[in-house]
Design a protein. Sequence first.
Length: 151
Amino acid sequence: MITRRAALGLFAATPFAYALSSHSALAAEPEVFQNPIAIGGYDPVAYFTNQAPVEGSAANQVDWNGANWHFADARNAAKFLEDPEAYAPVFGGYCAYAASKGYLAPTVPEAWTIYEDKLYLNYSLRARELWLEDVPGNIAKGMTNWPGILG
């Protein structure tokens, strides 16, 4: 016999269980994190040239790898087009720490690192701290998990 408390608990858990079960149906994610613009509209070249996140503009937009990328100026857009792989963040702009753990997470512009001439973004400053504890190891784990975690 199910008590009223147990029935209420099952009822309350149903949306959570549904969300978990439907996650696999929603698991296929784009190769580049878009919200709706790649890396939230921030200029990937600026991380290298300004050593800081700089918001891009639709006036300096480039379409690459299935995403729209915004740049602070036409010069940065041109640099990107010359060698997009040199400037695009690793793991498609998804959180590098999450990729090392086998899942996807969005990123914030402030949680970034350039390591061996590659840009890595993270979910939060705390995730960045954890990622920085073992950058080479986390990159290796992330590369092993990628692109399988895309769905």
